[in-house]
Design a protein around this ligand. Structure first.
Ligand SMILES: Nc1ncnc2c1ncn2[C@@H]1O[C@H](COP(=O)(O)OP(=O)(O)OP(=O)(O)O)[C@@H](O)[C@H]1O
Ligand SMILES: [Mg+2]
Length: 455
């Protein structure tokens, strides 16, 4: 049987430091900080200690609870020497784990709270609590009403609701509820860096992969406000140093520098197909860096006309032409017989760019939050390294990087309304070129969160 050693935060999470009849505990931590592992262990320990207890383990979606939480429960049971059909039973059709002593755990999705309303429970576990609504949390608190058996009293029974989560990107309901001064509400903060069961090189690699704010929230597990102020963090436009172009050693402090175009290098076109303005950016790329040397931003136009403008500017390209951009650009628009990408392909082909054209697109667009985080970590990562560079002539790219903000109090990017654009025409150029450049960055360097274990 496995011998477990708990991390500091896990130990505190399992213990209850007060005598109230109900304990509400949140394990808030970075990626891979041992949240799911300790939640499942706690569920099993409660089942063993309080014979006949009923627990509910929920996550916002059923695949999350089935593929993550339930799997971890079964792994613990195996490691602890429990045998299926001898020490416990798993009823797959009901997603129910039954222990020999009569204790039971239901695994459920929380997206239809109505379906779990009538239960009487002894404990509740919530996986990734930041995805859960506050109303569901309150409803589940009200279900902690299983009759207390006399023998449980002697064992110091307390109802328990416990959950684990990555910090919310902004300070939402979890932050408010768990930062209150109620003695029976506890929040334990665990950093990924404290999980000694992860490899050191993995933990170190996160500093390359994330920007500072993202690191503080998603690795150190701290409360933060990723969605406040400017969308692009860490961008610097410092023109003071003389510049030697693409390999310039002097301007590592600036994301803006002279970026030259080379006809024989791979040329990336990354596209957002908004009609007004159509917004494309042109770049060269190395293994870990991207260099935007030009932008094509045209008001009230078509994909075909924008492509013609590209050909006018770059008629003699001998390297590859790689098309990146909005994954939904392959949907046919009503204005055109072809999809945007088919139009690009045809126009380039008619011009003579045939064998050197490639399309590199995701099957679907990632969540905008992931795209923003991927882009920010390339603008400036925690180690102070910049990997996104923009030439001075990319006026609208720079305008976006310096001005794009979140809507106050939300995690939505503040796209200008028609009314605002009427008052200030410049605003119309916000958002679309940012989308274009961040599609490229997210395609090549998405945020990574997988955690290899120590050998
Ligand atoms: N006390 C422990 N003893 C042994 N291994 C542990 C312990 N705590 C965590 N681990 C291991 O560390 C890894 C990460 O743990 P876990 O999956 O629980 O993290 P998490 O915070 O839920 O991650 P995610 O952010 O991906 O949801 C897993 O491989 C897990 O088995
Ligand atoms: Mg987890």
């Amino acid at each position: 049987m496995a011998k477990y050693k708990l991390l500091k935060a896990q130990k505190e999470f399992l213990e209850v430091p007060h005598k109230s009849g109900l304990d509400v505990a949140l394990y808030q931590g970075g990626y891979g900080s041992g949240k799911t592992w300790s939640g499942s262990l706690l569920g099993i320990l409660l089942c063993l200690r309080y014979k006949g207890i009923k627990g509910l383990v929920g996550a916002q979606t059923f695949p999350l609870v089935r593929d993550t939480t339930l799997v971890t429960y079964l792994e613990h049971l195996e490691a602890l020497g429990f045998k299926e059909n001898r020490d416990y039973f798993f009823k797959k059709s009901e997603s129910k784990l039954i222990f020999k002593n009569g204790s039971e755990i239901l695994f459920r999705s929380l997206d239809e709270p109505g379906k779990i309303k009538s239960l009487n429970l002894g404990f509740v576990e919530i996986e990734e609590m930041s995805d859960t609504k506050e109303s569901t949390f309150k409803m589940l608190l009200g279900r902690l009403r299983q009759a207390i058996k006399p023998e449980w009293k002697e064992l110091g029974f307390q109802y328990r609701l416990f959950g684990h989560t990555n910090p919310e990107p902004d300070k939402g309901w979890l932050y408010k509820v768990f930062n209150s001064s109620k003695v029976n509400y506890r929040k334990l903060i665990a950093s990924t860096t404290e999980n000694t069961f992860l490899s050191d090189s993995f933990v170190e690699s996160l500093k390359d992969a994330y920007d500072e704010d993202y690191y503080n929230i998603n690795v150190l597990g701290q409360d933060g406000d990723y969605s406040s102020g400017l969308v692009v963090k860490g961008f610097s436009n410092c023109n003071k140093t003389s510049c030697e172009g693409i390999e310039c050693k002097h301007c590592t402090k600036s994301n803006v520098k002279t970026v030259n175009y080379f006809p024989d290098m791979d040329l990336h076109i990354t596209c957002d197909f908004n009609v007004d303005p159509m917004s494309w950016a042109l770049a060269h790329k190395t293994e870990d860096k991207v260099f935007f040397f030009d932008e094509i931003v045209i008001e009230n136009t078509t994909t075909e006309k924008t492509c013609e403008e590209f050909l006018r500017r770059y008629p003699k390209h001998t390297g590859k032409i790689i098309i990146n951009g909005d994954a939904s650009g392959d949907n046919r628009s009503t204005a055109s017989e072809f999809t945007n990408y088919a139009t690009i392909k045809n126009t380039l082909k008619d011009f003579g760019y045939i064998d050197n054209v490639e399309f590199k697109l995701k099957g679907f667009n990632p969540r905008i939050k992931s795209r923003v985080a991927a882009f920010n970590s390339k603008v400036l990562n925690l180690k102070g390294i910049r990997c996104v560079f923009v030439d001075h002539k990319c006026k609208w790219v720079i305008y976006n990087l310096e001005n794009l903000k979140y809507k106050v109090g939300t995690s939505l990017i503040d796209a200008p309304s028609h009314h605002q654009i009427k008052q200030s025409k410049e605003l119309k150029f916000l958002m679309h070129i940012y989308d274009a450049i961040s599609y490229l960055v997210d395609f090549y360097w998405p945020i990574k969160i997988e955690q290899p274990e120590k050998e």
